[in-house]
Design a protein around this ligand. Sequence first.
Ligand code: MV4
Length: 449
Amino acid sequence: MFKKVLVANRGEIAVRIIRACREMGIRTVAVYSEADIDALHVQVADEAICIGAAPSRDSYLHLSNIISSAVITGCEAVHPGYGFLAENKGFAELCESCQIKFIGPPPEVIERMGDKAAARAAMISAGVPVVPGTISGINGQREIREPVKKCGLPLIIKASAGGGGRGMRIVRSEAELENALRMAGNEAEAAFGNGEVYAEHYIEEPRHIEIQIIADQYGRIVHLGERDCSIQRRYQKIVEEAPSPVLRQSKRIAMGKAAVKAARAIGYVSAGTIEFLLDKDGKFYFMEMNTRIQVEHPVTEQITGIDLVKAQIAVAAGEKLPFCQDDISIHGHAIECRINAEDPDNGFSPSTGIIERYHQPGGPGIRVDSCVGQGMEIPPYYDSLIGKLIAWGRDRNEALARMERALAEYDIEGIKTTLPFHKRVMRSEAFRSGNYHTGFIEKQMNEQG
Ligand code: MV4
């Protein structure tokens, strides 16, 4: 096992990784920007090194400052968390070339899954269901109506280099197609420096259901069930739950098998997530693969009892997975609310400043993964996620009741947060019934109570 790991991240995920390392007897090195000198991850790590100025590009995205910190402190591995360098092929390669283990999949796998058109093609070869669409990227030379023939209408144009919803266009009539292709291409070129786009049939009001997998270096791949992440706003997940309130056991098994097949086909190692769209007929389709630990991993941990971060570190160190598929069982239900420093009454605009009062909930079934406390300042430079509130119950109703109780206990003053918004989500009829889709916030959030 590793003796020392550098945590190349900040915020709650850095703290989460440091906790896993501590339990495993691994020493940790935190890195921090000038804005984060008083941050929690710096306090809880064994050592800490300042890697630059507040803007991410000068610190948390600065490859050479981070890799030098790992070398100087004698770390054998780097955990990238999520965001920042987690899906940066160049960083994974740089780690490898310095004989430092990148805790994640091989660089080629990061690259392949980062290209959404290539990922789609790989899944078609692997026999994993994908939405009907164009096989490879469209670059303007082809017959303009080809996407309509292959996908039918409505269709959606996506950027190959995109993901997470950026640079997408929905086309409802053939007349819109040419313009939409050009606009999407231009947008993709501007945003990613790669104008390649592809098209898929557009599935109306789908559910976003993703399967967690974990793979070791010896070909064992296990799935840990699904998370339902359909509650999103502008492609940002807000609430996640596991298991999905709409999946039957047979569908769960089918999606799990598809996810394992996908992971095996691309030579996956580490923790990863296969995202699927579930349509109204209950058919599921591959959408994207995330080659990192995700924000919402705790709901899976709560219902499987498996510590995903520890498992991810162990497989990176060359250990065999200590469990097989038959050892995995789903116990109860978990819901996660993302606590963002944002003002839900003002278009979710970022809220910065000092936390004047802070009291977090506890008690039965409650987990808080957070990085803030009373007197701390939320800097304006980074992601607005300041914590995650996770409720577990023997069934969905108990998890929901505990979440509502914990939201009422949670007190954060001095900055705006998404706490009041979550209270409304939990009260809404659509969420309570479990019968919601990705248009929940725009269309279904008619409040009760
Ligand atoms: C889709 C889709 C419907 N049909 N693809 C949005 C984020 C990006 N990862 C893919 N997205 C979608 N792709 C097809 N063929 C609908 C969405 C989508 C969505 C997906 C997941 C969660 C929320 C969403 C909100 C709007 C649209």
